[in-house]
Structure formats: C-alpha cells, structure tokens
Write a protein that binds this ligand. Structure first.
Ligand SMILES: [Zn+2]
Ligand SMILES: [Zn+2]
Length: 691
C-alpha cells in the first residue's frame, strides 16, 4: 500500500537527515499580499463584503479579512537549520500564474497558502460569471490544492459539476464532508444557517398561508364587522369603514404577522382544523422568535472578537501569522490565563511565526487547562522536536497516542523523529499505524516531503468537540441581534419578548372576541350562491335561507319554477367569475389552490420551500459564514437545481389544485343528481296527480 512512500521517505532521509521547513506564510510576504489583494478587490467592494458577513473582522494584518477554516490545518516544520542549496524558492511575481504558485508551494513544502488560494478562488468565480467555465474550474481546483483545508472551492466545484459530471461532484461533496468533520466553523455555520433558514421559511410560509386564508375568508370577517357597524352607520358607509378597519393594522407598523394572527383569531369559530393549525403555528413562531434569535446569537459567540470564552479563536486557524497578531494573542492569553483557547491560539501563532519558546510555553499552559488533550500534546511534541528535544517530543507523541488511539498525526510525527534517528524499524511501525488511521493525511504529508529530504510535522488545530463543549457551557449575556440576517434586524417580529407577549395577548383577545361575535351573530351561507349571511340579513324562503341578492333575483320571477331557473343562472354566473379568479391566483401563487380546498399541510410545505429558495437567491437565508465572503455571488445550490425545484413546486401546486377541483366537481355532481331526480319525480307525481 504505502511501501513506495516508505521507500521514498527512507531514501530522502539518507540524503538529508535534518528536519527543516519554512514558515507556512511569512508575515512580510503576507502583508505584501494583503496590499495586492486590497488593490485587486477594490477597497470599497471588500469593505462591503466584510460588512455583510457575520464573521467579525480580525487583526490588522490583512486587508482581505478572515480566513477561517479550522480543521487539522496542515503546517510544515519551522526550521532552525536550513540546508543552503535547498533554500527558499522565491514566490512567483505573477499573481495570474497558478502553476507557478503550485510549484512554489510544493518546492517550499508549504502546507497551505490561504491568501493565494482565496485569490485564485475568487478569480475562478469571476471567470465563471463571465462564462469561461473551463478556466474557472481550473482556477478553483487550484485554489483547493493551494489550501487543502479550504472548503468553499469543493462546494463550488460540486455545484458546477453536479449536472455535467455527477461522479466528480459526489467526490467533491465527499471532500466537503471529510473536511467539515474537522471544521468547527463549518459545523457552526451549518447549524446556524439551517436554524435560520428553517425558522424563517416556516414563518414566511405560515404568514403567507394566513394572509391567503384571510383573503379566502374575507367575507366572513367583513360580514361580522358589517353587522356590528350597522348599528352606527349606513350600509354604504359601513362597507368603506370595514375595508379601512381591515387594512389599518397592516399598514400601522405592527408588521404583517400580528394583524394576521389577530384576524385569524377572530375567524377561529368558522375555521376548519387545518386552517386553525395555521393560526396556532404562526402564533407559536411569534412566541418562540426571541428564543430563536437568542440561539442564533449564541451560535455567533465564537466568531466575536473580544467575547469570552472564544475571543474569535476559531478564526485563528487559517490566519496568516504575523508578529503583531502573535503579540495580540499573547497579551489576551496573559489577561485570561484560565482560557485554554487563547493559550492554544497564542502558541499556534507563535509556532507559525517560528517563536518556539513562546509556542512551547503556550502549549504547556494549554495542557494544564486541558489535561490529556491529544492535540495539544501532539503540537507540543512538534515544538519540542523542532527545539531538538526529541526524547521529550517522543514522550508527548506517546501520551497523545495513549489518550486518543485514533490520533494519526502523533503517530506520523513520531515516525519522522524515528527516521531522523535512523531507527527505521520504529519509524515504519509508527508510519504504518498512522497510515492505517488516516491514509490521506500520511499521503498529503509524504507529498510535501518531496525529494529534498524535508520532514514535515503535522500540527493539529483545536478539535470541534472542544469548541462545542465550551459553547454549550457558555451562558453569556445576549449581545443583541447581530447574528440575524440584515433583513431581520429591523423587523418588529424579532424585537424580543415584549412583542411575543403582545402577540399572545392579542391572539387570546381575538379568540374571545371571535367566539362572542359568533355567538351573537352566527354566520351561515346562502343556500343558492354561498354568500355569507346571518340571522338578521337572511331572507327565508320556506326551508332555505337566501342572501339579499339571491332573494331579489328570485323575486323577479312570477312562478317558483322560473324563480329556481333564475337562481341557478345567478349562481352559475357568480361561480364562473369566482372560479376564474381562483384559478388565476392558483396558477400564480404556490399553494393558493390547495389552500382554497383547505389542503393546508401541503400548501404550507410548498410555501416554505418557496420561501427558502427566495431567501437563498436573495442571500438573506444564510447569515453564518464559515469563510470570508467574497463580494462575488457564490451559487452553492446549482442553478439547474433551483429551477428544477421551482418547476416541481408549481407542478405540485397546480396539479394539486386541479385534482381537487375535479374531485369537488364530481362530489357536487353526485349531490346534484338525486336532487334532479327528485325534482323529476315530483313533476311526475304532479302530472300523475293532474291526470
Ligand atoms: Zn345568495
Ligand atoms: Zn348579516
């Protein structure tokens, strides 16, 4: 399996038995890059992009912003002794030359080039926008190669290749899952975005369903109001008053949800079970909104600069190290000596800057706070190895392996030390163990240890488990609505417990008022046209009750039979226009047709999926970012999939409507048939009587 790797490792070791390497990213170079990038992006655009993201800006070293990625960020060894003939290869001058950069990374044994990877990624996105898909794929692939822990290119490639090369797309998704398992920021963003999207979609879907129901039931609502107003105003004046009363709450600044809940509450007695569920669901979401906002806020804690216990440490993993940043983290660590995250982050940055004593001290302090953390032990071992204290390093690796049997990095690093000591038997054993645990890791690092004898050591970033444990233990005060999508920050629905209490009280008030009105003025429908009538305005004709309009139509006829014909004519005219309007709306609005037949659950689901699609297209459904946003629209859901989903939504909505329409017509025809035969029978009886 990895025999050739082992052979190559041994061969390389014989040539050069020294552990060496280069800083993953030198501060001076990264600063130069930052400026280049800043010019490239345009300061305004970059600032806009950073303002949009939920991830706060970080240290002053890069204009490009945060590059959070986390995971076992691969890093090469710092050096004390660099063999002169194999000294550093200078970075390419041309920012367009991807092969040169890949070559530069390989020659210098750099585990990652985060800034350059993001530059090429962004360029790939821009090329894709201009239609040059092949070059775009090449650049994005290159970006994934320049920074192996960089997840966004894999997602982008997967979405581009999904329809053309599904197997390639699946491989990219597999990489995303693999990287995501080690990436706290991705997990956090996934959870936060799922929560936001689900909550927001169901809120919007229930609100839309509620508004549609109010539209469908507006005659009930208006009639009850009209009867109450009739005491004070003439019917014509009352009609205008009613529209004003119904419209006013919607434009008065209470948002749309509160009036919808109120009017649905008033309608409660005449609603069917499914329609009542819309009222209950909408009210439930309004009451639970502060909890949801609080949860999002809580998930935003790890990303906030200056907020304990994280102090935005999750973002440090892929930052370009600089001495400024190192000083800053060290100072924070001294001020919070009990915070293991800060100790770890300070040590991590110090190690990448080549400040080995500071790194060792930081890791030792982190180890006191996190006793028996295999990752701290492993990283401490690396620093000790670089200081030449290989016995202590081996002991640290051994402890790491004992604490966590599945830690491949510690086994791999130990094999490097054994190799350096020419203890090839132990080296092979350790390397086999590492390869059995994580073959990809060994392969990646062996490729870095190319033919000039460099032995890389694997550093490990803080485990997602540690972040989650600290986050769930964290009970800090809420910092407001910063984690919300910008569109929601000013929304009254997200304003807190006051609003929720008001919604609850208003809903109760509406239920009581609706029940009392219903008891005082029970509503029923006209037997002919289905108009809403009450005891007061109904015109009784023997066993039937007609609305005033139908009664007027009937009054024009001189015989009961002709009256019946006129009524039927009147009814079919009314129904034709109503059906036309309903069909038009059912074709336009997903779920409308189903709601008009009281199919509430499928309608709400269709509306929720539509809301999610709109939110994603508008970019306001996913406030959490695991990456710096790039001021370029990234289509993470492929365009074809979005179009397909819309087609499916409309197909289900429209076909469902027509299926219900056909069924309703059939039921009505079946009901009408015996009536007709009864009428025929009665005529027969009459003629029989006459005879
Ligand atoms: Zn009528
Ligand atoms: Zn009435």
């Amino acid at each position: 399996m990895h025999d050739s790797d082992l052979r190559r490792l041994r061969a390389s070791q014989r040539r050069s038995p020294w552990i060496h390497g280069l800083p993953a990213l030198r501060p001076s170079r990264s600063l130069g890059f930052a400026f280049a990038l800043f010019f490239f992006l345009g300061a305004g655009v970059a600032a806009g992009a950073l303002a949009q993201t939920a991830t706060p800006s970080r240290g002053p070293t890069t204009a490009y912003g945060t590059t959070p990625a986390g995971g076992p960020t691969l890093a090469t060894m710092q050096t004390k002794r660099v063999p002169s003939p194999l000294a550093a290869v200078l970075p390419p001058q041309d920012l367009n030359d991807l092969p040169a950069w890949l070559e530069y990374r390989a020659r210098n044994h750099l585990a990652d080039l985060p800034l350059e990877a993001r530059l090429f990624y962004r360029r790939g996105l821009m090329l894709a926008q201009s239609g040059n898909r092949d070059d775009a794929v090449r650049l994005v692939r290159g970006a994934a190669e320049l920074d192996p822990a960089f997840i966004a290119p894999h997602l982008t490639l997967a979405s581009w290749l999904l329809l053309r090369e599904p197997s390639q797309a699946l491989l990219q998704y597999a990489s995303v899952i693999d990287l995501g398992r080690q990436n706290f920021l991705l997990q956090n963003a996934l959870l936060g975005n799922t929560l936001t999207l689900a909550f927001q979609s169901f809120f919007l879907a229930l609100l839309a369903a509620g508004l549609i129901l109010l539209g469908l039931r507006n005659r009930e609502l208006r009639h009850a109001l009209a009867e109450r107003l009739a005491r004070f105003a003439s019917p014509t004046t009352a009609r205008w008053w009613i529209w004003a009363i119904l419209a006013l709450p919607f434009v008065a600044g209470f948002g749309l949800a509160l009036p919808t809940v109120f009017f649905l509450g008033l309608l409660w007695p005449s609603l069917k079970a499914g329609e009542r569920a819309v009222f209950v669901g909408l009210l439930g979401i309004l009451v639970a909104a502060p909890w949801a906002v609080g949860s999002l806020d809580h998930l935003g804690v790890p990303l906030r600069e200056g907020q304990p216990p994280f102090h935005a440490v999750p973002l440090v993993a892929t930052e370009s190290p600089s001495s400024d940043r190192q000083q800053q983290l060290a100072a924070l660590g001294r001020r919070n000596p009990e915070n293991p995250f800060l100790q770890f982050a300070a040590a991590w940055t110090a190690r990448r800057n080549g400040d080995l004593p500071a790194a060792a001290a930081g890791y030792r302090r982190a180890l006191e706070l996190w006793p028996d953390d295999d990752r701290v032990l492993n990283n401490l071992g690396n620093v000790l190895a670089m200081q030449g204290r290989t016995d202590e390093a081996l002991e640290a690796y051994r402890r790491a392996g004992a604490v966590n049997q599945s830690n491949a990095a510690a086994a791999f690093n130990a094999s490097q030390i054994y190799t350096q000591r020419f203890d090839f038997r132990s080296a092979t054993e350790a390397l086999s163990r590492a390869a059995a645990l994580n073959f990809d890791l060994v392969k990646t690092y062996q490729s870095l240890a190319s033919d000039d004898g460099v032995l890389p050591l694997v550093d490990q970033w803080i485990a997602p488990r540690s972040f989650w444990a600290a986050l769930s233990a964290e009970r800090g005060e809420a910092s407001g609505r910063g984690a919300l999508p910008p569109a929601w920050r000013s929304a009254i629905e997200a304003s807190g417990w006051g609003y929720s209490t008001a919604a609850l009280l208003l809903a109760l008030l509406a239920l009581v008022a609706g029940a009392r009105t219903h008891r005082a003025v029970p509503l029923r429908t006209c037997n002919n046209c289905g108009a809403i009538i009450c005891r007061r305005c109904a015109c009784r004709r023997r066993e039937t009750a007609l609305c005033p309009a139908c009664a007027a139509v009937e009054a024009r006829a001189e015989t009961p039979d002709f009256g019946r014909v006129l009524l039927l004519q009147h009814r079919s005219q009314l129904r034709r226009s109503r059906r036309l309007l309903r069909t038009a709306l059912a074709l336009l609005i997903p779920g409308y047709g189903l709601l008009s037949f009281r199919r509430v659950v499928p309608a709400v689901l269709l509306l929720a999926v539509s809301a999610a699609l709109v939110a994603m297209a508008a970019g306001c459904g996913t406030p959490f970012s695991y990456e710096t946003r790039l001021a370029v629209v990234v289509q993470e859901v492929p365009f074809a999939v979005q179009v397909g989903t819309w087609v499916a939504i409309y197909a289900i909505s429209i076909l469902g409507y027509f299926a219900n329409l056909v069924r309703a017509d059939a039921v009505e025809a079946a009901q009408a048939a015996p009536v007709r035969s009864r009428i025929r029978l009665s005529r027969h009886d009459q003629s029989a009587l006459a005879a």
